[in-house]
Design a protein around this ligand. Sequence first.
Ligand SMILES: C[S@@+](CC[C@H](N)C(=O)[O-])C[C@H]1O[C@@H](n2cnc3c(N)ncnc32)[C@H](O)[C@@H]1O
Length: 296
Amino acid sequence: MRIDVLTLFPDLFTGFLATSIPANAIEEGALSCHVHDIRAFAANKHHKVDDRPFGGGPGMVMMCQPIFDAVTAVESQGSTASDRVVDGMVGGMSDRAVRVLLSPQGERLTQSRVEWLAQQPRLLLLCGHYEGIDERVIEELKPLEISLGDYVLSGGELGAMVIIDAVARLQPGVLGHEESAAEDSFSVRTPEGAQLLDCPHYTRPREWNGRVVPDVLVSGDHGAVARWRDEQRIERTRTRRPDLLQQDSRTNSQTQPQPLPAANTHKPVTHVAKATRLNASDSGCELHGQTAPESA
Ligand SMILES: C[S@@+](CC[C@H](N)C(=O)[O-])C[C@H]1O[C@@H](n2cnc3c(N)ncnc32)[C@H](O)[C@@H]1O
């Protein structure tokens, strides 16, 4: 899978992409991640990317031209999962990217949407900043707008990192063992399709601060351990997130990704992470301070 990030602050991604799961995914060749500086695409002498809002008011608004040209240029670049070229310019065949705009006004990010995003061959993550982005370029690009939650961040970069991390860990071979993502919260489901929270986990020592690990976990009875974990998942979900148990993932819009805007179509590809159903039988990073061709 290839992910392109368009941002005014590419340096924010340096440590992130070199650490933990995103770094593993890149190292494994399951993910290539390309971070592009929108400012490099500004077609004006001083690489200006924002201006004051029409109608007055506080803050600055990101201009259409640098964003549109950056998207166009980056989308014309190659896209295979393992392309690790220095400047991203592979040329020729390219999968169409799913365009994602990080926005507090977008669809709230869920694990179901993450699973869907993780199956796409290519994502383009657009990070806003300041007061946001000129509405006309949003209308033109028709991105899928995704929100981290009902609060306002200074920029979309943290949201882009959240998406990269969440989809990277679903790529085959990235986590230590394939099943671990499938047993996380929201991936295990009831037979009716409701998402469940994960069970509690313990490690050594067996007793700490007077607190003892549940006997069943040291019993050596794998069937009993599995049953206990299933019970814990249901009980935790019932007490902490009862709303999840009322949702049927096949019909509920909270857990089921909604269709993309018309122009932002995608190709379906193979499933990457196996969801677990209780009681069912199926149990190269580059940081581009990329310089665009200087426009006149
Ligand atoms: C200060 S915010 C702009 C907020 C905008 N004026 C509004 O009220 O809807 C700047 C940028 O941060 C990002 N951002 C802020 N909050 C976000 C959230 N909850 N989820 C995703 N991105 C967010 C978006 O990319 C946004 O363009």
